[in-house]
Design a binder for this molecule. Structure first.
Ligand SMILES: Cc1cc2nc3c(=O)[nH]c(=O)nc-3n(C[C@H](O)[C@H](O)[C@H](O)COP(=O)(O)OP(=O)(O)OC[C@H]3O[C@@H](n4cnc5c(N)ncnc54)[C@H](O)[C@@H]3O)c2cc1C
Length: 423
């Protein structure tokens, strides 16, 4: 079968890898000149299998409103808000109020996270990829007693699902992260012992090369303009190739992995995907004193900033901003991220010399990604991974490939069904 994958981010490349493993002929279409150059480029670098959850959470709503009015608060809304951002916000609120939905979706995402970890470990054994990746755990710091109390509840759920985690005292936190010498408030932490890190962009680039060496065709600088379909099937993709010429590519099946831009391809076939681009920021900087840097990845709940060790670099990332597709990087956002790093890991790097980045999380209003059949029998979707696409990529790629090949998916896909927004 010739399968076309639209999008060469981390989700598209892992999908191509899984399809190739199952013996399919695969072509990836990517409009950039390199893989993983959009949202997969500068993310917080966590493979947080134990932390995946929907944002449409009744408890989160109550916490989030005051964040909007706090100077260093993690949630920002550009004023005046656009219709798209308001629609996303109200839709998220509606899902958050739907009784029982949060718990079901959280469990479904955690199960996908468990499968993703298994698939990452297998992939990393099979391919020799260099992406500053590790599985040395993840720490969620508690900067208030209330935060620690909340982690106790999470710890119970993780136990129930067999995901290894521990509640740590402040002393144990400093033992696990000896570089954490800053004076930020600390009441303890929840340690996700089997979670990991890794540079998602490097991984995507290396995986693209590995896929090409196994026979996958990756067509860079190639825009997928629209799908060509009859009432039952997709027959191909109309593309604008690297020389700017229009071309038709025939396909036996198509998988949409186009992140925030996926809806543009499904809309003409009658499927609206309410994926909203939730903006975030990061910077990456070489370490000047590795002993003062994180060993692995640390989530500072005080500023909602993540600091991650990537080899001899630090990646720090934060903010949830509803500002549509706007690529500016205000100094105030970077200043808050720096403040968090300085309060935890002072002196680890010259933070003003960092390379800065902004990107858009492909968020669904209820939280889970969109994985399953599209509006034609040979059209598949693997998109809308929001804030956990790096973490869930290997698992999502595995289950969509199983579905395409007629196998029983390793994880129940009910929570991820593409048609759920119209129900
Ligand atoms: C600030 C921030 C921090 C984050 N931190 C984490 C984290 O720590 N852990 C985690 O798991 N996730 C994190 N995420 C989320 C994660 O980065 C995304 O979920 C993930 O990168 C999405 O991957 P993707 O392949 O679906 O999308 P993308 O990486 O955006 O890839 C989609 C690709 O499709 C291509 N494309 C789109 N339309 C077309 C077209 N018509 N023709 C050709 N090509 C097309 C694009 O060029 C792009 O390369 C973070 C995101 C942000 C913004």
């Amino acid at each position: 079968m010739h399968i076309v994958v639209v999008g060469g981010g981390v989700v598209g490349m892992t999908t191509a890898y899984e399809l190739n493993r199952r013996g399919h002929r695969v072509t990836v279409l990517e409009r950039h000149g390199i893989a993983g150059n959009e949202t997969s480029k500068g993310n917080a670098a966590q493979r947080s299998y134990g932390v995946v959850y929907p944002w449409a959470d009744p408890a989160m709503v109550m916490k989030a409103i005051p964040w909007l009015f706090k100077k260093d608060g993690p949630l920002k809304l550009r004023l005046p808000p656009s219709m798209e951002s308001l629609r996303f916000l109200f839709s998220t609120l509606r899902y958050a109020r739907s009784p029982g939905l949060f718990g079901l979706n959280k469990r479904a995402m955690l199960r996908l996270g468990i499968h993703s970890r298994e698939r990452f470990l297998a992939l990393e054994q099979e391919l020799d990829l260099h992406f500053d990746g590790d599985h040395r755990g993840l720490l969620h710091l508690a900067s208030t007693p209330d935060a620690l109390e909340g982690y106790r509840q999470t710890h119970k759920l993780l136990n129930e699902l067999g995901i290894a985690s521990r509640l740590l005292t402040p002393g144990q936190v400093r033992e696990a992260e000896p570089g954490m010498t800053g004076n930020g408030p600390l009441y303890g932490a929840l340690s996700y012992d089997t979670d990991g890190t890794g540079d998602c962009h490097l991984f995507s680039v290396e995986l693209a090369r590995a896929c090409e060496s196994k026979g996958v065709t990756v067509r860079y600088n190639t825009e997928s303009e629209h799908l060509i379909a009859n009432d039952h099937r997709v027959t191909g993709v109309a593309v604008r190739n690297k020389d700017g010429k229009a071309e038709t590519l025939e396909a036996d099946a198509v998988v949409i992995c186009a992140g925030c831009w996926s809806g543009q391809l499904t809309r003409p076939l009658g499927l609206e995907l309410p994926i909203y681009p939730v903006k975030g920021y990061s910077f990456t900087v070489p370490l000047s004193d590795p002993d003062r840097a994180p060993v692995s990845t640390v989530h500072d709940d005080n500023f909602k900033v993540v600091s991650t060790r990537l080899g001899n670099r630090l990646r720090a990332s934060g903010f949830v901003e509803l500002a549509d597709f706007n690529r500016n990087i205000p100094e105030a956002r970077l200043a808050t991220i720096r403040k968090s790093v300085e309060s935890r890991f002072p002196g680890c790097a010259d933070l003003h010399a960092a390379e800065t980045w902004t990107g858009f999380r492909p968020m669904t209003p209820d939280g889970p990604p969109i994985i399953g059949y599209g509006p034609r029998e040979n059209l598949f979707l693997n998109t809308g991974h929001g804030t956990f696409g790096w973490t869930l990529s290997a698992g999502s790629a595995s289950v969509i490939s199983q579905l395409i090949g007629g196998e029983e998916p390793s994880v129940c896909l009910d929570a991820f069904r593409p048609g759920r927004f119209a129900e």
